[in-house]
Design a protein around this ligand. Structure first.
Ligand code: NAD
Length: 503
C-alpha cells in the first residue's frame, strides 16, 4: 500500500473524463531501477467500476451504429499520434517497468502494429455471402459488435498488450473497460489519453485500476459480454472459469515455459546470440522468452561459449546506453527469482553462471538479477517445472531431435518454441510435431504480426480465439446468418410451407 501521498495520482477514465478515485486504497508505482515512487495508483471502488461499465453500456447504443469508415479513421489518427509520441511513451514505460529504452520502443511498436491493423477494420469485419443457395435465395452473414468488452493486462508489456485489446474491440463497434496492471499503469494511461485525442468518444473506452477485486467485479458484471485476459496461468484460469459462469466470451493468454531446440548443424553464432537475447532480454520477463534450451548432441559442447557471452551482457538501468538487462519489476520479483536460483542449486542442477547480487554501478537499490545459467536441468526441479519469469536459462541435453521434441511436448505449457538448425527437413518435422502456439524456425521470439493471431496451446491458453488478427474479429463480434428471398411482382407463388426448398 502507498506510503507517499505527495506523488501524482493515476486517474480513472469514466465516460470520457479522467477522474480521481475516491478510494482509500492506493499503491505506489515504483521505478524498479531506482525505487523512486513515480505515482500512486488507486484500487477502484465498486461504485467506480459500476460507473465505468454503465458508461460503456450507454455509449454502445450510438457507437455500434457509427459507420465503419468513421471508426477506421480514428485508428488512422491514433497510429499517427503514437508515432509522434514514441520517445515520450518509451521513457515513461522504461521508468515504471524497467526494460531498456530500445525494448520499450519495441513494446510500443508491436502494439502500434495492431492499431494500424484496426484501421483496416473496413475489410476485416466483412461478412460472407452465398448467392442463390435456393431458387431466388441468398444467404449472408453480418459480424455485429457484442456490447461492452473488458480487458485485463499484465505488467510485462504495458503498451503492447492493452493495444492488443481495446483498438480491435472498439474498431469492431464495441465499447471497452480496461483494467491495466497496477504495477505499471502510467504508459497505458498515456496511450489511453492519445486514443481520446484521436477521437474515441466519451464512454467508448473506460479505465479502472486495481487488482483481484476489480478483476472479479469484471468477471461477474452482467453487462460485460466478453473478457480478454493476458497474465499468469493461475489468474487466467480463475478469470476463465469465473467469467464463463456469467455467460461471457473469454480468451485467456497465460503463462509459459518456452523451449528452444538447438541442433548441432545450426549456425552457431546466430543461435547463441539469439538464445541470449530470448533468455535474458527484458530480464526474462516475456511470455515468449526462451528460458529452456534443449541442446542436441554436439551442441552441448557450446555451453562454455554461451556462458562467456552471457557473462559479457551489460546489466544497468534501462535508460543507460548499451544496457542489455534491466531490473525486474519489483523487489518481490527479485527475491522470488533469487530463491528459484537457490532451489536450482539445492536440487542438483549445475550452476554455470550465477546472476545473483550483480554489481550495478549507480543503481545500488535496483531489482537486478544478472544472467543465470543452469545445465543438467531435469523435470521435477522447480527451476524447470515453474515459470521463473526472470533471467534464468535452463539447459537440457538430448541425444536426438526426436528425444528433444518428446521432451518439449511433455511440458504442460505451449506458448512458443523455436528451433535452430540449417536443415529444412528437421525444421519441418519440428513444425509438424511440436505442440505450441507460436513456432520459430531460426527466429527466437516468433510473435506473429497482426495479419495473423497470437495463439497458444496446453496450459498457456484458454478459449479458442486469440488476440488480434482474424480470430479476434470473431471474438469481438456476433455472427448473424441471414437467409433472404425477395419477391417481385412477376414472381410465381413459392412453396406454402415456411422452410425453403433446397431442391
Ligand atoms: P498476473 O496474472 O499476476 O496479473 C495479470 C492481471 O491479473 C493483472 O492485471 C493483475 O492485476 C490481475 N491479478 C493479479 N492477481 C490476481 C488475482 N489473484 N485475482 C484476480 N486478478 C489478479 O500476471 P503478471 O505477473 O502481471 O504478468 C506475468 C504473467 O503474464 C506471466 O505468467 C506471463 O507468462 C504472462 N503473460 C502471458 C502472455 C501471453 O500472451 N500468453 C503475454 C504476457 C504475459
Amino acid at each position: 500500500m502507498s506510503t507517499s501521498k505527495a506523488s501524482p495520482t493515476v486517474k480513472l477514465l469514466i465516460n470520457g473524463e479522467f477522474v480521481e478515485s475516491s478510494t482509500t486504497e492506493w499503491r505506489d508505482v515504483v521505478n524498479p531501477a531506482t525505487q523512486e515512487v513515480l505515482a500512486r495508483v488507486p484500487l477502484a471502488t465498486a461504485q467506480e467500476i459500476a460507473a465505468a461499465v454503465a458508461a460503456a453500456k450507454s455509449a454502445f447504443k450510438t457507437w455500434r451504429k457509427t459507420p465503419i469508415g468513421a471508426r477506421a479513421r480514428i485508428f488512422l489518427k491514433y497510429q499517427q499520434l503514437i508515432r509522434e509520441n514514441m520517445k515520450e511513451l518509451a521513457a515513461l514505460l522504461t521508468a515504471e517497468q524497467g526494460k531498456t529504452l530500445a525494448d520499450a520502443e519495441g513494446d510500443i511498436f508491436r502494439g502500434l502494429e495492431v492499431v494500424e491493423h484496426a484501421a483496416n477494420i473496413g475489410s476485416l469485419q466483412m461478412g460472407e455471402i452465398a448467392n442463390n443457395v435456393a431458387s431466388g435465395v441468398d444467404t449472408y452473414t453480418l459480424q455485429q459488435p457484442i456490447g461492452v468488452c473488458a480487458g485485463i493486462t499484465p505488467f510485462n508489456f504495458p503498451a503492447m498488450i492493452p493495444l492488443w485489446m481495446f483498438p480491435m474491440a472498439i474498431a469492431c463497434g464495441n465499447t471497452f473497460v480496461l483494467k491495466p496492471s497496477e504495477q505499471d499503469p502510467m504508459v497505458t494511461m498515456r496511450l489511453v489519453e492519445l486514443a481520446l485525442q484521436a477521437g474515441i468518444p466519451p464512454g467508448v473506452l473506460n479505465v479502472v485500476h486495481g487488482g483481484e477485486h476489480v478483476v472479479n467485479a469484471i468477471c461477474d458484471h452482467p453487462d460485460i459480454k466478453a473478457v480478454s485476459f493476458v497474465g499468469s496461468t493461475k489468474v487466467g484460469t480463475h478469470v476463465y472459469h469465473r467469467a464463463s459462469q456469467t455467460g461471457k466470451r473469454v480468451q485467456c493468454m497465460m503463462g509459459a515455459k518456452n523451449h528452444a531446440i538447438v541442433l548441432p548443424d545450426a549456425n552457431k553464432q546466430q543461435a547463441l546470440n539469439n538464445l541470449l537475447g530470448a533468455a535474458f532480454g527484458a530480464a526474462g520477463q516475456r511470455c515468449m522468452a526462451l528460458p529452456v534450451t534443449v541442446l542436441v548432441g554436439e551442441a552441448n559442447d557450446w555451453i562454455p561459449e554461451l556462458v562467456e557471452k552471457a557473462r559479457a551482457l551489460k546489466i544497468s538501468g534501462g535508460v543507460e546506453p548499451g544496457t542489455d538487462i534491466g531490473p525486474l519489476i519489483s523487489c518481490a520479483a527479485k527475491e522470488r527469482v533469487e530463491s528459484f536460483i537457490a532451489s536450482g542449486v539445492a536440487s542438483g542442477a549445475k550452476l554455470e553462471l550465477d546472476g545473483r547480487q550483480p554489481d550495478v554501478p549507480g543503481y545500488a537499490g535496483g531489482n537486478f538479477v544478472g544472467p543465470t545459467i543452469f545445465s543438467g536441468v531435469k523435470p521435477g526441479m522447480a527451476i524447470y517445472d515453474q515459470e521463473i519469469f526472470g533471467p534464468v536459462l535452463c539447459l537440457v541435453p538430448a541425444a536426438t531431435l526426436d528425444e528433444a521434441i518428446a521432451f518439449l511436448n511433455a511440458n504442460p505449457n505451449g506458448n512458443g518454441t523455436a528451433i535452430f538448425t540449417q536443415s529444412g527437413a528437421a525444421a519441418r518435422k519440428f513444425q509438424e510435431e511440436v505442440d505450441a502456439g507460436q513456432i520459430g524456425i531460426n527466429v527466437p521470439i516468433p510473435v506473429p504480426v497482426p495479419l495473423f493471431s497470437f495463439t497458444g496451446s496446453g496450459a498457456s491458453k484458454l478459449g479458442d480465439l486469440g488476440p488480434y488478427g482474424k480470430q479476434v474479429i470473431l471474438f469481438y463480434t456476433q455472427t448473424k446468418t441471414i437467409t433472404a428471398r425477395w419477391f417481385d411482382d412477376s414472381s410465381v407463388a413459392g412453396p406454402v410451407n415456411t422452410t425453403i426448398s433446397l431442391k
